[in-house]
Ligand binder design. Sequence first.
Ligand SMILES: Cc1ncc(COP(=O)(O)O)c(C=O)c1O
Length: 393
Amino acid sequence: MTVARPPEPIPGARLLFSLDPAVSYLNHGAFGAVPVSVQRAQQRLRDEMESNPLRFFTQGLAERIGHTRRHLATFLGADPEGTALVGNATTGVAVVLHSLGLRAGDEVLTTDHGYGAVGFSIERECRRTGAGTRALRVPLSATDEEVVEIVRAGLRPGRTRLLVIDQLTSPTARLFPVAAVVQVARERGVPVLVDAAHVPGMLPVDVGAVGADFWVGNLHKWAFAPRGTAVLVVAPQWRERIEPLVVSWEQGAGFPGNVEWQATQDYTGWLSAPAGLYALRSLGLDRVRAHNAALAAYGQRVVGDALGVAPADLPDPGGPAVAMRIVPLPPGVATTLDTARELRDRIAERLAAEVAVMAWDDRGWLRLGAQVYNSAQEYERLAVRLPPLLARP
Ligand SMILES: Cc1ncc(COP(=O)(O)O)c(C=O)c1O
């Protein structure tokens, strides 16, 4: 099969990062990668902090955090008054679960495309409170209308206290029609938490228009922020009920200050996050998005072709800007969490390529991401080397 041409590379983009040139880094979605300019911005702030820690923490830090919050919220179309900076999406989810006041008989509804650690968090909160949890099965090929219908049929008004749905799923790299899902849930009086961990930077988004009760997104994946930078956006009717996980000096300030101020920790990552947006904008947001989505689609096709997967069997993420794509692995390969991790490590060690390997729906899947520092040759090399590796366990 001949595979369509890859997008033109963005000249010099790889040099903006400090990635090991010997490794094909095809998993930006896991932990992001921070441009050197942003690393430098954070280091300058750390130098300032270490020159006089007391002054750094007591003279103007709260204002700087507030400025950063407004900057990031505006970028996402979120209300700055309803946005709290948090360390990561997982923390944002935990704050919401902790604040819900679940009771025995309640349930938290999810889908089978949810993120594993978020699932564990839900399970623990349900165990602690006597509530239950249920995951809706959503076939990979479901259309947006079918997804909305599955959710509509799955809601149990009066009992479902929260629906957790991903905007862009981790194991399947699928966009879910979250605005329509939120509307259906609202009609039935069910609050919705949208897990949008991968959305900031990758996809254009207007959080206000999504209309969820809660929305969490990571800036440290696709928005080039230092790790530990995420937002939790909360609708007005919930803000007074939000309980931070750690009680500290801003407890009396209410949301968002009480969630943001988590005692003594390194806040320089948050303050450097606008430098990540600056780096994205300097490259050109639209150019970056178009490049990454086209390269991910190219990577999916060449690797899929090498594994003998017909183009029609390559899942479509459901949106033109998605910069991650999945490829089914041969039956029986990487079908469990442990064997998926083992294969990921083997690919890293033997093929010098970092990829995500997911076990989902009793199958193993390769998830390939694309970022401005990637080239078509990296996917082509993987396509040549992967089949012999899989043939030789
Ligand atoms: C959908 C989804 N939710 C949550 C997370 C957790 O992100 P973090 O580790 O930054 O909390 C991830 C990470 O990949 C994710 O893909």
